[in-house]
Design a protein around this ligand. Structure first.
Ligand SMILES: NC(=O)c1ccc[n+]([C@@H]2O[C@H](COP(=O)([O-])OP(=O)(O)OC[C@H]3O[C@@H](n4cnc5c(N)ncnc54)[C@H](OP(=O)(O)O)[C@@H]3O)[C@@H](O)[C@H]2O)c1
Length: 359
């Protein structure tokens, strides 16, 4: 049996490990990818430092950019040599922080001409998250192909809390392309001009003590809130200051009760309704993107067709990248984890080379 190297969790808040894992030959509609680049996400920290949904040793990472090295007999979209990007997470063989991943071809799309793997790998996890959260948790349509008529919600206020986050940036770009024009967002002041350039109509600094009353001045009732931060005190408690009966809040789980730092372990909750005091009639839902494949269209077409086309046509611009350096796969993965824990990335993705193999 051939094997390759993979980065794994070892124990809660322990340094990452490097182990040999089986290189799995693809069957059916699976393909095997030589994983060249990835982008770290906060889930790495939730799993390594918080033990969230983890059985050690677990291979980390779910965003892949690389080259197809083998295809199962029934693969029809992709062939050996294709340059691809995508989001897969179900088993260790599908995960990103290893030399080779074996994944369903529906979890990948071809990288459009003119885009690097470093750019492309910032997209898959969080564009999928936005399609899932907006349609399933907020209940707002994102039909494909996009209808040519104006959206009935063109002027409905929709607040994206945390517009500078990767999810927030993709939410603004996707919603505005689908005709949702009355987009409000919170972010540090230095990001306001950029967020306006990608679709925000109103921007607010979440550090301001009176941010809730500023939001209410711009929109006396905000029926839809997408909370891309889901921090008990940093976002949900602030949203509870202005949310009224009829407001739906979709928060990207987990709810962060206490953030991980170098000295302190994190604490999480899955209870969006109970962690703060909501006004009567506010519905607070927890988003779980891992269920996006329950939608048959999304399962087949979201990653293979929709996301590549949004990138190719400039509807969605990649997040800014900060390249994480290191002499080995393990060093780069560990450095990215350290940067996540220190919250050093602001409106950018931590992007790093995965495999050192020269094929
Ligand atoms: N459950 C799911 O299905 C799912 C899917 C995807 C992501 N998530 C979760 O969603 C969260 C966001 O992920 P991400 O990758 O988009 O994050 P990210 O890009 O790492 O977010 C970093 C940004 O968060 C902003 N921020 C921090 N605290 C804030 C606050 N209190 N209010 C507003 N903005 C704040 C900072 O903005 P400034 O620079 O403006 O300060 C920073 O630029 C993570 O916890 C992730 O695990 C969940």
């Amino acid at each position: 049996m051939s094997t390759h190297k993979a980065v794994v969790t070892v124990a809660v808040r322990a340094p990452l490990g490097l182990i040999d894992v089986p290189t799995v030959a693809p069957t059916g509609r699976e393909v095997q990818v030589h994983v060249e680049w990835t982008a770290s996400t906060p889930l790495d920290l939730h799993q390594n430092d918080g033990g969230l949904l983890v059985t050690h040793p677990q291979v980390l990472g779910d965003g892949i950019a690389g080259t197809i090295t083998a295809a199962g007999a029934d693969a029809k979209n992709l062939a050996v040599g294709d340059k691809v990007f995508g989001f897969a997470f179900r088993e260790n063989k599908q995960k990103a922080y290893q030399d080779f991943a074996t994944v369903p071809e529906t979890t990948l799309g071809k990288i459009p001409a003119g885009f690097s793997m470093q750019e492309a790998t910032t997209l898959p996890n969080n564009t999928v998250t936005i399609f899932h959260a907006v349609t399933k948790d907020l209940g707002l349509p994102l039909e494909w192909p996009r209808p040519s008529s104006a959206s009935p919600h063109a002027e409905t206020p929709i607040l994206i809390w945390g517009g500078a986050s990767s999810c927030g940036q993709y939410a603004l770009q996707i919603l505005s392309h689908w005709g949702y024009k009355n987009l409000l967002t919170t972010a540090s002041k230095k990001h306001h001009d950029y967020l306006k350039s990608i679709g925000a109509r109103h921007t607010f600094d979440y550090h301001d003590a009176d941010v809730a009353s500023q939001i209410l001045k711009a929109a006396p009732h905000v029926p839809y809130v997408l909370d891309c931060i889901a921090s008990q005190q940093g976002s949900l408690a602030r949203i509870a200051e202005f949310a009224q009966a009829g407001t739906v809040v979709a928060a990207l789980l987990p709810v962060i009760i206490r953030d991980a730092t170098d000295d302190v372990a994190p604490e999480y909750s899955m209870d969006t309704q109970g962690v703060v005091k909501w006004a009567d009639g506010v519905e607070a839902r927890g988003v779980r993107t891992h269920f996006y494949e329950d939608d048959a269209f999304f399962k087949e077409h979201l990653q293979s067709t929709v996301v590549p086309e949004l990138l190719a046509t400039g509807v969605v611009k990649p997040n800014k990248q900060r390249i994480v350096e290191g002499a080995t796969l393990l060093e780069r993965a560990q450095e990215a984890m350290n940067l996540l824990r220190r919250k050093e990335a602001s409106a950018e993705r931590l992007v790093w080379r995965v495999s050192d193999l020269k094929l």
